[in-house]
Design a binder for this molecule. Structure first.
Ligand code: AMP
Length: 457
């Protein structure tokens, strides 16, 4: 998953680089592997700075000073296509016959392999292993006269999820795929136009929310102002998992408050649940809002049963089994005083592999909980995501390979309950046709070849 940001500065704006930096800071939860900013300078030159790691590590004051200009785009990355390495840091920058183009992408193309193959056979040389570079090749190779025509021709060939910000010869573009899988927001800061993955980036800058970019819409922001065009009919397959887990709770995406949606998920889960207990505790931070909703609806007191250490980066953690255990303990520690001798309801947003969850339950029991009842504010994740959420293949998704009873035993809980799909639908705005629920149902809004998601039995 990734976070994207773009700004077209008003004539008075002097420093788009710092604004982009803070925008990326607010979007850090969407990607922690690498970050980058590209700025279009006043003499048509391009400045950029990119690096591996968190935004705060990648940029220092001197780097930002060097990024002078009026238009910028930025990106934070968590890889779902291509390795996590320096080569793949976005925005990617290319030079082609018509000028210089920088691209920042959130999403995942489902026909990337086909396109890589075709383009390479036609002579393209890829500099990265990301599907994002495919856009650059398709745009560069197009025979259309206008840049917009080239982009449209490129978009007609790609399938999948893409929210994009492009910086082309000093003009800023924002594009959202026809299904609108990933969010993309338009804001305004005293005459400067802003594009961002989530509204939390606007809040940090003190910018106003204008509207969401529509699925199938391309907007162009230049010295002439903002122009909107449509490259495809609007469908709606908003990623429901953004509301469950991914987006920040203070954001408004898909025309709703993420926080309130999660509160409603928790309340709905409580209505579907009949467990007697002494306390409700969240798994912070992702389970907090749903646990509040659960506690309110059930009348069971809400307690802080786990403390989270917020200073744990993701980037430097080695994925070896021994360190995984340590990693969890660095991140979360139970508060015995809230748990000792209690019947505890633990609320979390989702179970993916189940491995983190299992260790957590062990810690909660060790802290003295008498009973542990796990409530999950989304249905079982049984299918991988091909549209940008980093879920493992089906073999590693515990709910794809185990029954509810088996998962309960594996986790070591007294009871386990997931939110029903109907309950999740009732908690979010719109109807079931507005969302991609493929991770729960296996019904992918854009066709996926079977080979990509078969379980090896
Ligand atoms: P596990 O118990 O190992 O399945 O981990 C589940 C936890 O990971 C939940 O608390 C979720 O909040 C979180 N989670 C869900 N989806 C993802 C994802 N795509 N990447 C990282 N963490 C996730």
């Amino acid at each position: 998953m990734c976070g994207i940001f773009g700004i077209y500065g008003s004539p008075e704006t002097t420093d788009v680089a710092h604004l982009t930096y803070y925008g990326l800071y607010a979007l850090q939860h969407r990607g922690q592997e690498s970050a980058g900013i590209v700025v279009h300078g006043s003499r048509n030159e391009t400045h950029f700075h990119k690096g591996m790691g968190l935004v705060s590590k990648v940029f220092n004051e001197r780097d930002l000073e060097g990024l002078k200009g009026k238009v910028a785009i930025g990106h934070v990355r968590y890889s779902t296509c291509g390795d996590s390495n320096k080569r793949n840091i976005q925005p990617i920058i290319v030079q082609f016959s018509r000028g210089r183009l920088a691209i920042a992408h959130n999403g995942n193309l489902v026909n990337a392999q086909e396109l890589f193959k075709r383009l390479e056979e036609e002579g393209s040389i890829f500099q990265t292993t990301t599907d994002t570079e495919i856009f650059a090749h398709l745009i560069a190779k197009s025979k259309q006269e206008s840049f917009e025509g080239r982009v449209q021709e490129a978009l007609a060939q790609v399938k999948g999820a893409y929210s994009l910000v492009l910086l082309y010869n000093g003009v800023l573009y924002g594009i959202r795929d026809p299904n609108g899988f990933r969010p993309l927001i338009l804001g305004n800061l005293e005459g400067s136009y802003i594009l961002a993955s989530e509204t939390c980036a606007l809040d940090l800058l003190g910018a106003e929310f204008v509207r969401e970019i529509e699925p199938g819409e391309m907007i162009k922001i230049s010295s002439k102002g903002l122009e909107s065009s449509r490259f495809s009919a609007r469908k709606e397959s908003f990623c429901i998992f953004e509301l469950v887990y991914f987006a920040r709770p203070d954001s408004h995406i898909f025309n709703q408050s993420v926080y309130q949606a999660r509160i409603r998920m928790g309340a709905q889960l409580a209505r579907e649940s009949k467990t007697e207990a002494d306390v409700v505790i969240p798994v912070p931070d992702s389970g907090v809002a749903a646990a509040i909703g659960f506690a309110r609806e059930s009348g069971i007191p809400y307690e802080m049963g786990l403390t989270r250490n917020h200073y744990v980066g993701r980037t430097f953690i080695q994925p070896s089994p021994e360190i995984r255990d340590l990693r969890l303990k660095i991140k979360l520690n139970p508060i015995e005083e809230a748990l000792q001798g209690k019947r505890v309801i633990v609320v979390d947003d989702s179970i993916v592999r189940g491995t983190t969850c299992k260790q957590l339950i062990k810690l909660i029991r060790k802290a003295g909980a008498k009973e542990v009842h796990l409530k999950i504010s989304s249905p079982p994740i049984r299918y991988p995501c091909f549209f940008g959420i980093d879920t493992p293949d089906r073999n590693q998704l515990i709910a794809a390979t185990h029954s509810l009873e088996e998962i309960k035993d594996f986790l070591g809980v007294d009871s386990l309950q997931y939110l029903s799909l109907e309950g999740l639908r009732a908690a979010v705005k719109g109807n079931k046709h507005s969302y991609c629920e493929a991770c729960f149902t296996g019904q992918y809004p854009v066709a996926i070849s079977n080979a990509q998601w078969a379980i090896n039995e």
